[in-house]
Design a protein around this ligand. Structure first.
Ligand SMILES: NC(=O)c1ccc[n+]([C@@H]2O[C@H](COP(=O)([O-])OP(=O)(O)OC[C@H]3O[C@@H](n4cnc5c(N)ncnc54)[C@H](O)[C@@H]3O)[C@@H](O)[C@H]2O)c1
Length: 426
């Protein structure tokens, strides 16, 4: 059993604080946001994730998990800290590493006097960050020497919101970018209860694995969308095509979901950061750029399809079904539903929105610019056209017969609409 600190208790940090506890470790979770710490102490997750509340309760009951608003205490009681703070886009698209640097500095200060400590970067960061920015900040603040008083590691995360706990316990692989032998053996021991291939590599290799994985998944989606635009013109159902294409074992069936495109807290920002990394290193990353362009176009195309049926959108009542970036999460960061709502508002439409769990988070972005509707059937019945932006299962239960539907996601029932247009399928 190891004693671990988790720094940053968002989607990734909280899942790890709970997950590490449930596989037998002792964990102290710290977040700079006191309200988050308070709520977690009471056993209430501040994010929605299936099964999380129950898992948090179990973890707290084990007596091995606690939450603190003192990083000093968290570091004092642990042998390693997992930094899981945000790495959003900076205005130029590169990864904003200010939260990572602040966390590394704070951990460095709190580490003073320790014989050895391990600083693990869980956040998605550009290759070179763990051994550069992070190790430098920790060394400066702690007065300890890298490789002697402390070690660093990159341990990128691949969980998916919506199935985050399952992904924690049953990942496809665990990637350990270890700065030295001690870091590698410590992390291998931490992950011993998890049955998955464990790959030990250099920190910068591990950091690149994370970007390459996300960029590749994003480009599979964009590829499906581009094929979808063509298939629609050919009156072909793109999903039937990819069902057959995906049976080729060299290709695989996953992430060919044509539709409004990808959003969320990872793909768009990681794609931008990856493209920026290429620019910084003098490599033009054509494929990544194209994937981004296709993704943005899908939103534009949804607006074009609405205009095709309604004409000028000024004053028209349009519904957006779904604000979460995908089902089973309340995360609305860069969600296509929210982005589309913004575009429609900018064109003067009266926009009605619905989401079963993400409305509170969406309000922080959309404010009073849209009308929030609790009953999705009311939204369908009281608008002139509807765009399905998130494939929540309950949208399969609605009656669409009297409206126009732009299928931004695959909800089969919506085909019964007066006019139905799949955005990237016939
Ligand atoms: N969300 C995902 O599905 C996912 C999956 C894989 C990787 N990642 C990566 O993991 C990282 C975290 O993502 P997230 O979605 O969990 O972010 P998040 O925004 O949900 O959580 C970040 C948390 O860190 C806290 N924080 C910020 N600065 C801090 C500091 N100095 N000290 C302590 N806490 C601090 C914030 O208050 C917040 O609670 C990002 O780099 C992201 O790219 C995310």
């Amino acid at each position: 059993m190891a004693s671990l600190a988790v720094v940053g208790l968002g989607y990734v940090g909280l899942i790890h604080a709970v997950g590490f506890t449930l596989i037998g470790h002792r964990v102290v979770g710290y977040d700079i946001n006191r309200a988050v710490v308070e709520s977690l102490r009471r056993g209430r997750p501040h994010i929605y994730e299936p099964g999380l509340e129950e898992a948090l309760r179990k973890a707290l009951e084990s007596g091995r998990l606690k939450f603190t608003d003192s990083l000093e205490d968290a570091v004092a009681e642990s042998e390693a800290a997992f930094i899981a703070v945000g790495t959003p886009s900076a205005p130029d698209g590169s990864a904003d590493l200010s939260q990572v640097e602040a966390a590394a500095r704070a951990v460095g200060r709190a580490m003073r006097g320790k014989k050895w400590y391990l600083v693990v970067v869980k956040s998605t960061v550009p290759p070179g960050t763990t051994e550069g920015l992070v190790a430098g900040a920790v060394a400066e603040e702690s007065d300890a020497e890298l490789g002697v008083g402390f070690s660093v590691a990159s341990n990128p995360e691949f969980l998916r919101e919506g199935t985050a706990l399952e992904d924690f316990f049953k990942p496809d692989r665990v990637v350990i970018g270890a700065g030295d032998e001690k870091a590698a053996s410590f992390l291998l021991e931490v992950y011993r209860p998890i049955e998955a291939p464990k790959i030990v590599m250099k920190p910068r290799e591990a950091e690149l694995v994370k970007y390459v994985s996300n960029v590749f998944l994003a480009l599979k989606i964009s590829f499906a969308n581009e094929v979808g635009l063509l298939a629609k013109k050919l009156s072909v159902d793109t999903y039937r095509v990819f069902e057959a294409v995906g049976l080729d074992r060299r290709i695989g069936p996953h992430y060919f979901g044509a539709g409004l495109g990808f959003g969320g807290s990872c793909f768009p920002k990681d794609l931008r950061a990856y493209i920026k990394l290429g620019e910084r290193l003098g490599v033009d990353l054509h494929i990544a750029k194209a994937s981004y362009v296709v993704n943005e176009y899908m939103l534009q195309y949804a607006v074009e399809l609405l205009e095709k049926h309604l004409g000028d959108l000024r004053g028209r009542r349009i519904g957006v079904l779904g604000l979460a970036f995908k089902p089973n999460t309340d995360d609305v960061r860069e969600s296509r539903g929210v982005e589309l709502a913004k575009m429609l508002v900018a064109r003067g439409a009266v926009v009605y929105v619905h989401d079963p769990v993400a409305v509170e988070k969406a309000k922080a972005v959309l404010g009073n610019a849209v009308v929030y509707v609790e009953d999705p059937q009311f939204l369908v019945d009281n608008t002139e056209a509807v765009v399905i932006a998130t494939a929540w299962p309950q949208y399969e239960e609605l009656n669409y017969t009297n409206t126009i539907v732009i299928g931004g996601r695959r909800v089969k029932k919506a085909r019964e609409a007066k006019i139905y247009e799949g955005i990237a399928w016939a």
